[in-house]
Ligand binder design. Sequence first.
Ligand code: TMP
Length: 216
Amino acid sequence: MNNEKKGVFISFEGGEGTGKTTQIALLADSLQKKGYEVAVTREPGGTPEAEKIRDLLVQREGGDWTPMAESLLLFAARNMHVKDLIAPALAEGKVVICDRFTDSTRAYQSYGRGLDRNIVEGLNNLSLNGFSPSLTFILDMPVEQGLMRAEKRLADNLSQEDRFERMDVEFHERLRRGYLEIAEQEPGRCHVINAGRSVAEIAEDLERVTLEKLNV
Ligand code: TMP
């Protein structure tokens, strides 16, 4: 697993209710219309084994994990996901769009739940050899706004995956700050997108930045 590949690996990041799923679908559609082969996937999950780990981690009844155990499970799932889906798709020259990747572990388990950042980086090196997206969009909006949207989704019964959504507001503030710090540390890879705007405005920004990257 290394970064030498033909395709381009793009990740979407952000707190709860920031609209990643909608924007990923729009970006995938517009790239496909331009002739790109696109694979859309998500974390935790993306392959049968990794989806089993997802259920343990994100569902209400999945268990009460320590941040360390959570991270070990996340990187176990990520290792399978990269080997079985992401790396082969990149080797075929596809644009791979992943809903969350290692920055989520940095934000949620480290900034949010307090796990030492070096442990996350150690697990990243151990299980993925440091494999990383070449472009990451961080969808950013005020925490209350995102949580309101996530709560509505739960109330409409569209999701049982609320283990993290139910953490307190301070937790969500810490991970928002974490994402902004990650973006400052890696400005070449990470683009912070104001997700408080209209769907169309956000989609336009995402498409422009992506096409710049693809045409390099
Ligand atoms: P989703 O709701 O965006 O599909 O993500 C599932 C949940 O899993 C979300 O609450 C964030 C959490 N998560 C982590 O805590 N760490 C991670 O590394 C990943 C990928 C997700």
